[in-house]
Write a protein that binds this ligand. Structure first.
Ligand SMILES: CC1=[NH+][C@H]2[C@@H](O1)O[C@H](CO)[C@@H](O)[C@@H]2O
Length: 485
């Protein structure tokens, strides 16, 4: 029987609230297997409570115990979490499962647990019995660092926003018409020239390869897979302006506008594919995750046969570097798709699913669901909202929560959900926070929880989470009308 739940987002698969609470005081002890879950929990407790949490005396039970003796049936990310007045037990079959359990314990603790400095308690944890695990394995957010550049610190702060909500994929949109954002050995002009500007003009910016390694390591410590995107054959003006041999334009200039679909690589030249092979090789070598995203969207200046030709030559290059292809849904029209390919569905839910995509789904291609009118976090909250685009209509809090990723494409093998945050109108980390909150938690819930959509319950939980955002210093969130009591 589901008792009054303590406002967890995502909603766990099964939760029973018991009477009473556990209070963590100066005498509280902690035992956990060395790993990322323990590091995450210790960092959280040290930072906000300042309590020592020593190991228990030999033979004595710990106040908080993390163990890896959970049944294999929990899978990679599932966990059991039991809190009684005597202590908290977090059990999983993997350290990643313990890491997800830690995020749930985090939300059971008072909002002050999000404080960046030690504050007084009491550190009360309501008694619960939870069994949990994700509906989808791919729970992602995309950050567009091409239209406007966001540095390592901003990307790490972005990851910090996602961790409490159990996301596990960070898709970095690294190249577009307005900028190339990752240095590539042997092609210095991609960043010396191609990173010089942005939408509306400078500053531009780019990641050195060491910067990118720092982001990947930070993400991995939090059980995120980084999926880098090099968007081709369209969205390539910055690359072509850097190296005109990649273009059929006379003298391709840097671009600072927000139009799409006008650029196209010279896709009948061997030198283009040699370039791509080198780029894909370096990006793959820098990326421990198994995926490389090659874009493929909005090749509006490319004929269908040229697009097919391009994909027939470009797609195999990715597999040649040991990565599985991710691409926007248009790549469904490629003559053949490599094994394991994931296509990212992004068109608005009202549109007819293209025949090529239906055929790809029938052939077993996996889908990542990113319908623009549901989870494009760059879309305005409302007509009069200061930030965002509105080509897919406005995306309010309820619209981004109340949809079913499994119901949009009949028969699809859905890998999961991903919320793209395009940055044409976004320039600062606070701008990113504003577009993320309060929509992000609902998307996390749709990606993790198989429970039926429960809008009244979600609103109640969201309202309780504003105190967590305030404590964490997320002050720029949109004061949506739904958040008013
Ligand atoms: C996959 C895709 N291609 C386009 C489209 O989404 O809309 C975005 C803005 O919402 C835009 O930035 C992007 O270049």
């Amino acid at each position: 029987m589901r008792d009054v739940e303590p406002n967890l987002i995502p909603v766990p698969r099964s939760l029973v609230s018991g009477p009473g609470a556990l209070t963590l005081g100066a005498d509280a002890t902690l035992t956990a297997p060395a790993g990322r879950a323990a590091a995450s929990l210790r960092a959280l407790l040290d930072r906000a409570t300042g309590l020592p949490f020593p190991p228990p005396a030999p033979g004595a039970p710990a106040t908080v115990a993390l163990t890896l003796d959970g049944p294999a049936s929990l899978g990679r990310e599932g966990y059991l979490l039991d809190v009684t007045e005597a202590g908290a037990r977090l059990r999983a079959h993997t350290d990643e499962g313990l890491f997800r359990a830690v995020q749930t314990l985090r939300q059971l603790l008072p909002p002050a647990i999000e404080s960046p400095v030690a504050v007084p308690g009491p550190w009360r944890v309501p008694c619960v019995a939870i069994e949990d695990g994700p509906r989808y394995a791919w729970r992602g957010v995309m950050l567009d660092v091409a239209r406007h550049f966001f540095d390592v610190a901003a990307v790490e702060r972005f990851i910090d926003r996602l961790v409490p909500y159990k996301f596990n994929v960070l898709h970095l949109h690294l190249s577009d018409d307005q900028g190339w954002r990752l240095e590539i050995d042997g092609h210095p002009r991609l960043t010396e020239h191609g990173a010089a500007t942005a939408v509306g003009g400078p500053p531009g910016g780019f990641f050195t390869q060491d910067d990118y390694k720092e982001i990947v390591a930070y993400a991995a410590d939090r059980y995120f897979t980084v999926v880098p995107e090099i968007d081709v054959p369209g969205h390539t003006q910055a690359a072509m302006s850097s190296y005109p041999y990649l273009s059929t334009q006379e003298s391709p200039e840097l671009y600072e506008g927000v139009e799409v679909g006008f650029s196209e690589l010279a896709l009948h030249r061997d030198s283009t594919y040699a370039f791509l092979d080198d780029v894909f090789g370096q990006v793959s070598a820098l990326t421990p995750g198994g995926f490389l995203h090659i874009g493929g969207d909005e090749a509006l200046s490319t004929t269908a046969e040229d697009y097919a030709h391009f994909m027939s030559r470009a797609l195999p290059l990715v597999g040649g570097h040991g990565k599985t292809v991710v691409a926007w849904q248009e790549a469904a029209s490629a003559p053949s798709l490599p094994p394991g390919v994931h296509l990212q569905y992004w068109r608005p839910t009202g549109e007819e699913v293209p025949a090529a995509l239906v055929a790809a789904v029938r052939a077993g291609v996996r889908l990542i669901m990113s319908p623009a009118d549901r989870v494009y976090l760059d879309q305005k909250y409302a007509d009069d909202a200061p930030l965002g685009l509105m080509w897919a209509g406005t995306v309010g809090v309820r619209r981004s929560y109340e949809w079913d990723p499994g119901a949009l494409v009949p028969g699809a093998d859905v890998a999961g959900v991903e919320a793209p945050l395009w940055s044409e109108t976004l320039r600062t980390p606070d701008d990113l926070d504003h577009m993320l909150f309060p929509r992000l938690p609902g998307i996390a819930d749709t990606a993790w929880s198989a429970a039926p959509r429960d809008w009244p319950g979600h609103v109640r939980r969201l309202r309780a989470h504003t105190a967590r955002w305030d404590a964490a210093g997320i002050t720029a969130y949109h004061r949506a009308p739904e958040l008013e009591e």
